[in-house]
Design a binder for this molecule. Structure first.
Ligand SMILES: [Zn+2]
Length: 295
């Protein structure tokens, strides 16, 4: 089974749990789900940096500890969702915690370990189930404002929400998380993927020079202060390719997380997609009617 498929299944497992529990409004409460399964959840202030949370096992009794060094409710809820992923996903307990002890997690799409990534995707599906999330997006605008609005409703972190936004929106967006001069990850929406010959911004590649994000990241205090900036750009500045499209680059520092979120939006590309649909409909109508006229 390839990794992309495994991650999709993990996300769907998180969403299935929401359906089983008949949850039909946001936010989803991962703490309540844990309690219902007799899993004790507690904060753990003294985890080592990078550890987002822990799953504990004693026989068939499980507990969750979540890190608090990042004082973000969204991050902490996502971390609890990640540990629930290890609890609910097939094969996880056997792999990460086959006997009594502790599994230390690195949640938040930063690990390359497939089990950690599966647990992240489970958490995303659990806290941002596609039906409820898409409904929220339909009245949330575009770009960073949409991410912030959905994050407020789901009580999830800006980064996890931005990734889910890129996955589920019809808008032409790219979501980039960076640390200093380096890209941590980049997610593209389906609409923006339609641009020809894009360069994939892989983990570890440099933030393109001369972008608003590169300038922003040169001053760590702006990241720590959760400053923002914005610039009108050409999408080729970031994604290369062969087609010039006007875009907006929105940048926000993620405070003590030490990273920066960049949301790139091409508003005109969405309009084009709608136009294409309209044209297709016109063409369909013509096809349907023309034979009658000929008779
Ligand atoms: Zn984990």
């Amino acid at each position: 089974m390839n990794l992309a498929f495994r991650l999709k299944m993990a996300k769907q497992k998180g969403e299935a749990l929401i359906r089983e529990r008949k949850i039909d409004s946001l936010p989803v409460d991962p703490f309540a789900i844990a309690v219902d399964h007799d899993i004790l959840v507690e904060p753990k202030p003294d985890t080592e940096p990078g550890v987002s949370g822990m799953l504990l096992r004693h026989g068939d009794v499980f507990g969750i500890l979540y890190a608090t060094y990042i004082p973000s409710e969204g991050y902490q809820r996502f971390s609890v969702g990640h540990e629930l992923g290890h609890y609910f996903l097939d094969g996880h307990i056997d792999h990460v915690l086959p006997e009594d002890g502790v599994h230390a997690s690195r949640a938040g799409f930063v690990s390359a370990d497939p089990y950690e990534l599966e647990a992240d995707h489970f958490s995303a599906g659990l806290l941002m189930p596609s039906t409820l999330f898409s409904r929220a997006l339909s009245r949330a605008g575009q770009g960073l404002v949409a991410v912030e609005s959905a994050a407020g409703l789901c009580r999830t972190s800006l980064t996890a929400t931005a990734i889910r936004y890129a996955e589920l929106t019809d808008d032409a967006v790219a979501v980039v998380v960076s640390t200093g001069k380096t890209i941590d990850y980049c997610f593209l929406s389906d609409t923006i993927k339609s641009l020809p010959q894009l360069t994939w911004l892989r983990k570890g590649t440099p933030v393109p020079r001369q972008t608003a994000t590169a300038q922003f990241n040169a001053d760590p205090s702006r990241i720590a202060n959760a400053d923002r900036t914005e610039a009108d750009i050409d999408i080729m500045d970031w994604l290369g390719g062969t087609r010039s499209v006007e875009a907006v680059e929105e940048v926000i520092g993620l405070g003590s997380y030490g990273k920066t979120l960049t949301v790139l939006t091409c508003p005109s590309l969405v309009d084009e997609a709608y136009q294409d649909e309209d044209e297709d409909e016109d063409a369909d109508l013509e096809e349907r009617w023309t034979p009658r006229f000929r008779r």
